[in-house]
Design a binder for this molecule. Sequence first.
Ligand SMILES: C[S@@+](CC[C@H](N)C(=O)[O-])C[C@H]1O[C@@H](n2cnc3c(N)ncnc32)[C@H](O)[C@@H]1O
Length: 431
Amino acid sequence: MPDDGFIDGINRDFFGGGLSPAFLEGIRQFPTERSDVRALIERMCDFASQAGLRADDLSALQGDVLGTLMARILPGAWQGRVPPITLKGRHEKLDRLLQLNRYLGERTSGRMLDLGCGFPPETTVDTADALPGWTIHGADPSIPTAMVHDPEGSYATFGADGQMIYCQPFAPTVENWNALLADVEATAARFRDIRSRFGGAGPGRHEAPDGSRLFIEPQAAYERDGLTFSIGGIGQVDVTSMDVVRCFNVLYYFDHDFRQRALEWFASILVDGGILIVGGDWAFTTECRYFLYRKEEGMMRPREFTFSLDNVVPFGVVPFFALHPRDRGTTMLARMVRTLRDDEAFLARYYDVADGLRNRYGICPRGEDGYYGTVASDADPGELWGRVRDIADTIGREMGEEAVDVLERSGQRAWINEIGMVSVALDADPA
Ligand SMILES: C[S@@+](CC[C@H](N)C(=O)[O-])C[C@H]1O[C@@H](n2cnc3c(N)ncnc32)[C@H](O)[C@@H]1O
C-alpha cells in the first residue's frame, strides 16, 4: 500500500510540519499496511509531543529505527506474542541499584525474581554475575523447550506445543529480518524441518555435520547455583518470599487493568519490605525510567519514579514506546520531561551539553540544517550504544542537580538516586 499521507499527517499534527527530510525518509520505510504499526507510531509521536519534543529533536537515526525496527518488535509480527528480545548489559545500572538500594539497605544476599526475563536470558545472567550472593530466578512465558539453529546461525525457538515462539537472523540486518519475517509460517516450517532431522534427541545440545544445531531445554545451559529459570508469566510463576521483583520492558505491552492485577500479584510474592522495580530501558540502562514500589503492610506502595536524563532529548526510540495510550510509565516520563523542557534556561544548557557531546562523539550530531543526523551505517551496535551510555552518563552528571532544582521548583520532591538518575517521590500511584 503506498504511503497515503499518514506520515505527512503525523508531521503536521504533532510537529508543525517541521520534521527533517532525513527523518521522514527513514520513517516512511514502515510497513504501511500494518494498522498496529500505524497506531504505535501515532501514539509515540503523541507522547513525544506531550513531552515537549520539537521536530528538530528527532534525528535521522530515529526516523530509520522507527521505519525499520518497530514493526518487528510488536506482537503483531509474532502472532500476538511479545517477542522475548533482550540485550546483554541492558540492566547494568539496575544491578548496581540493588547493591546500593536505600530501601533494602546494605546486603550481600537476597531473593530476586526477574519476570519477563526474555530469552536467551542475558540480563538475568548479568544480574547473577553482579550479585553473586543472591538467589535469582528468571521466568518468562516465552522460555522455549527447543532452540534450533540453521547452518548459517539464524535461530528459532519453539514452545512445548510445537509452535515457533521467536526467530532471529544470524546478522540483524533489515534484509535478513525481512527474509525471516516475510512469511513466518514458512520460516517456522523450515526450522521445524531442521529439528525433525535430529529425531527424538533428548535434553542438551546436538550438532549436525552441516552445522545446524538443536538445544532441548536450552535454559538449563544458563542455570547454576543460585540461578534458575522457569516458564511462566505474571500470576503464573510458583515463587514466594521475594526481596526484589524486576519486571522490565514488559508492562508497556499491557493495559491499565492488567497492570493493576499484576501489582496485586507482585504483592503476594514479595516479603514485607521487599521492592518491585517496573519500567523500561534501552541498551546499558540508557533511556531508562521505572517506578519503585515497596511492599508495606501487605500493600504495594509507590515510592518513587526514576528516569535517566538522556530521555530529555533521546538518541533512540524507547522513551515513548507504549502499546496503550494510558501507559503509566510513558505518561509519567512525558510529564517529567515536559516539566524540565518548559524551563528555558535548563533546556538551553541541556542542548549546549548534549549537542557538544554528540559532535565530539560523532553520534547523531546536529548538522548545518539544524537537525540531528545519524551514525555510520557500519557502526558496531555494542560500541555505538556503549558510547551513547557514556554520553548519557555525562549528561546525567552535568545536568542532574539542575534537573532536581527544576523539579523541586515545580513542586516535586526530587533527588539524584543511587545510580545517578533523577528520582521523584510518589505518595500514591499517578493517574
Ligand atoms: C521485550 S522483552 C523484555 C526482556 C527483558 N526483561 C529485558 O528487559 O530485556 C518482554 C518479555 O515479556 C515477556 N512477557 C510477555 N507476557 C508476559 C507476562 N504475562 N508476564 C511476564 N512476562 C511476559 C515476553 O515473553 C518477553 O520475553
